[in-house]
Design a protein around this ligand. Structure first.
Ligand code: NCD
Length: 323
């Protein structure tokens, strides 16, 4: 594997499968009473988050800790970035302390690629603006494969605020690598510009009508709802919350219809959810929901990513230390 993980497109199919296999071993560790492996002993991992986060930041921290790395969290608000320090100076300052991996979340699309050019440490993209969030796509793929096995030909429908979603962009790339059949759905105002030619080039289907996407063809195996990202919106992308829910929400009637077509349909959401807007409480809490499995998979997948980037596959058994 390369030194950095910046985009889901960086990974070959074999590398994805290898990470998912390692994540499954890590998931077993997660179920033990004593959750500690020596694999990253003596390594330092810095989580540098310039945007808010609950699950991504804590899961990277837990992942590092369970693998015996020294992990430190730095947030934009409490760091010298709020005193006007440039991103370059901040990352050069941090990496001057001999860190091994930098996990970065930043509001600027491309920020992680830029940082990777400046530092020797491994850089992991934990979300850059509206661009990518590769470890989210990996944990989503892990969650799907745990339930469905091979994703080749599986029908995945991704719904919501596509324009602002880095989760969608990374999922699209990774699901293509794994051979899934992807349909994306959004109102015209939240459909990325250029989506037409993009979908033809990358082989996914576009829909503006959610009911057509869900019920117009073979029943989906997975429905992934995306958060309406109001913090990235500068104007009115839809008239009212109610209209959005009626048109694009996973409401209770839609869930019932979906289940009638495929009782085992997986309901996913990367979180945080706007309950009552893009997803109803009934859907979020239904037996079909794997939303908390996604969170749990987040730790295992991030352990696997740190392991592959910092130790590699030649580093011996996962149970042994690398040093
Ligand atoms: C996502 C993100 O930050 O990109 N959340 C996450 O990492 N689980 C999605 C979102 O914020 O809507």
């Amino acid at each position: 594997m390369a030194r950095h993980l910046l985009s889901a497109a960086d990974l070959t199919r074999d590398e994805v499968l290898e990470i998912l296999r390692t994540a499954a071993s890590m998931h077993d560790v997660q179920r033990r009473e004593v959750k500690k492996l020596p694999a990253l002993r003596g390594r330092t991992v810095i989580n540098l988050f310039f945007e808010d986060s609950t699950r991504t930041r804590s899961s990277f921290e837990i992942a590092g800790k369970w693998m015996s790395a020294d992990t430190i969290n730095i947030t934009g608000k409490g760091s010298s970035a709020s005193k006007g320090e440039s991103l370059r100076d901040t990352v050069l300052t941090i990496t001057a302390m001999a860190v091994d991996a930098l996990v970065i979340r930043h509001s600027a699309s491309g920020a992680c690629h830029q940082v990777a050019e400046w530092v020797d440490a491994s850089v992991i993209n934990a979300g850059d603006g509206t661009h990518e969030h590769p470890t989210q796509a990996l944990l989503d793929a892990y969650t799907m494969t745990q339930r469905l096995g091979d994703l080749e030909g599986r029908r995945v429908v991704i719904v919501g605020d596509l324009t602002h979603s880095r989760v969608f962009r990374s999922n699209l790339l990774l699901l293509k690598t794994l051979g899934a059949d992807v349909t994306v759905v959004a109102p015209p105002t939240l459909m990325p510009s250029g989506a037409g030619p993009w979908s033809r080039q990358d082989g996914f289907a576009l829909e503006q009508d959610l009911d057509d996407a869900l019920f117009g063809g073979p029943p989906p195996d997975v429905v992934m709802m995306l958060r309406v990202q109001r913090e990235r919106m500068s104007g009115g992308y839809f008239p009212t919350a109610r209209e959005y829910t009626v048109g694009y929400g996973l409401t209770r009637p839609r869930l019932d219809r979906l289940r009638a077509a495929n009782d085992d349909v997986l309901v996913m959401h990367p979180g945080p959810m706007n309950r009552g807007l893009e997803i109803s409480a009934e859907a979020a809490d239904s037996l079909n929901s794997v939303i908390l499995d996604q969170v749990s998979a987040g730790v295992a997948v991030r352990m696997a990513v740190l392991y592959h980037l910092l130790v590699g596959t030649d580093g011996g058994s996962i149970e042994e230390g690398s040093a």
